[in-house]
Design a protein around this ligand. Structure first.
Ligand code: FRU
Length: 496
């Protein structure tokens, strides 16, 4: 009996070890994007930089690979590229789930949760039950590992079924904490202020405005530097609705947020199908620009994507700035410069590549960065194809007669897992060229594509599930012959 038990135990340990060894090597597993080792994740939560460490908390199901038992998962990083997976930070409570929220470092101990030795990290999240959503506090005195619930929760309760996703920031000018929290059904963001994070005073509401096609969720209000104008910044309000995001740019006067962009136009941080619930590190170790991270998925099919033992990943960290272009404030998003340290080797480099129809390149990869510059000819559609070996490729291109940048996964890879995924295959956005020039920076990471156009003026994120060995890359041109000025491709290292 003893021998049998010992053998069983040994087998268990060996299997566990084998499973762990193969983690991050699974089909479709992103190699330079964050995803939890196992189980379901959705929104990034509590993005906070404290004592040289970036904390990433995230909506997490510790018990399965579908949405449920919502808790805060936890990972940390010194550079926002390499992550250490940590135990679940705030687990589901007996009577409620831990929905999205934010975290701050209370370095002056305004809350009183700290002690002589430790400044507290404070998380504000939504406690969710079937009938109520209210805002709760938890604090940590050991750099985010263990969390204690505040005795007098909730700190804000409007006795409403929908009222969620608190985002706290320090408001320097007012010398106080500032909160943005969503009233989803009313399509309104409410602002509150506090001196100690415990007692909150309502300031104002913003909305409905812009895209009101779905409930409003996950607001984030922050100051963002104006590019190339030293010392100047604008206030940006990011929020999510209906499987896509939008942003407003304007001023916050201590009480109210006023949008300064045209009110009849919708501005999105990402024009692809798979970018949601993005929020930002308001403070980082480098400069004044916030750095955002979004959830690479779409509620319409998120629970069905063919990945296991995990579902859901985070976007690359994006450095934010704003720029006035044609009298509109545009949010510029640039992947962190330090991503260049993940470039392994250049696998393709060429200038003046002329293409008629389709040109398969002598370089293959499904884990790479691609930089392209060209002057799209009038009436042409040109660009690049990924996973272009057989069947239908993924296409990223520019339609010059419509001035539209597009990404299209119609029929590419595995599409059988969900009908809506199939329907939501082609995305396009208007993008005016810069003196006729288009610059694309594309990151392809197994099942995630992120495209940044003209220095971050437009971004598009898309999931795709092609066969592992379908890794050909091709340039294409329809209508007339196109010449790509520069084409450079780097294989990317894995961070796992
Ligand atoms: C957004 C969201 C949030 C909520 C969380 C629950 O994706 O619906 O509004 O807090 O997910 O997991």
């Amino acid at each position: 009996m003893k021998i049998v038990l010992s053998l069983c135990f040994l087998l268990f340990v060996v299997t566990l070890f084998a499973q762990k060894k193969n983690l991050y090597k699974e089909k479709y597993r992103p190699q330079f994007h964050f995803s939890p080792p196992e189980n379901w994740t959705n929104d990034p939560n509590g993005l906070v930089y404290y004592k040289g460490i970036y904390h990433l908390f995230f909506q997490y199901n510790p018990f399965g690979n579908k949405w449920g038992h919502m808790s805060w998962g936890h990972a940390s990083s010194k550079d926002l590229l390499h992550w250490e997976n940590l135990p679940t930070a705030i687990p589901e409570a007996k009577n409620f789930m831990i929905f999205s929220g934010s975290a701050v470092a209370d370095i002056y101990n305004s809350s009183g949760f700290g002690n002589k030795k430790e400044q507290p990290l404070i998380a504000m999240y939504t406690a969710h039950t079937a009938t109520n959503q209210s805002q709760y506090l938890a604090f940590s005195l050991d750099k985010g590992k263990n969390w204690n619930q505040y005795d007098h929760n909730p700190v804000i309760d409007l006795h409403k079924k929908d009222f969620r996703d608190p985002s706290v920031t320090w408001y320097d000018k007012g010398n106080c904490w500032l909160l943005a929290v969503s009233q989803p059904v009313e399509k309104m963001i409410s602002f509150y202020t506090s001196a100690n994070l415990k007692e909150w005073k309502w300031l104002s509401n913003f909305g409905p405005a812009g895209d009101t096609s779905g409930v409003w969720e996950c607001p984030d209000l922050m100051q963002v530097p104006v590019i190339d104008e030293e010392g100047k910044s604008k206030w940006v309000l990011l929020l999510s609705q209906n499987a896509s995001m939008q942003y407003f740019v304007g001023e916050f006067d201590g009480k109210r947020f006023v949008n300064e962009n045209p009110s009849d136009k919708i501005f999105r941080p990402d024009y692809g199908p798979d970018y949601y619930a993005a929020i930002a590190y308001h403070e980082t170790g480098f400069g004044k620009n916030p750095v955002s991270i979004g959830w690479v998925n779409n509620w319409n099919y998120a629970n069905d994507i063919p990945t296991s033992p995990w579902k859901g990943a985070m976007s690359l960290p994006r450095k934010l700035s704003v720029k006035k272009i044609n009298n509109e404030w545009i949010l510029l998003q640039q992947p962190l410069m330090s991503l260049q340290s993940l470039r392994a080797s250049a696998i393709y480099e060429a200038e003046n590549v002329s293409v008629e129809k389709k040109e398969v390149l002598n370089a293959h990869s499904n884990q790479c960065e691609i930089k392209l510059t060209w002057k799209p000819l009038p009436n042409s559609t040109s660009g690049i194809m990924l996973a272009a070996a057989e069947g239908t490729p993924v296409i990223i291109g520019y339609n010059a007669s419509k001035n539209k940048l597009f990404i299209d996964r119609t029929g590419a890879g595995d599409t059988a897992f969900n009908a809506t995924y199939n329907e939501l295959s082609r995305y396009a956005t208007k993008l005016l060229l810069n003196n006729g020039l288009l610059k694309l920076d594309i990151y392809f990471d197994k099942s995630i594509i992120e495209v940044f156009a003209n220095d971050g003026q437009a971004a598009m994120t898309m999931q795709v599930f092609p066969d592992t060995n379908n890794n050909k890359i091709a340039l294409f041109s329809d209508g007339s012959k196109s010449t790509f000025d520069t084409v450079k491709i780097w294989e990317m290292k894995s961070v796992w």
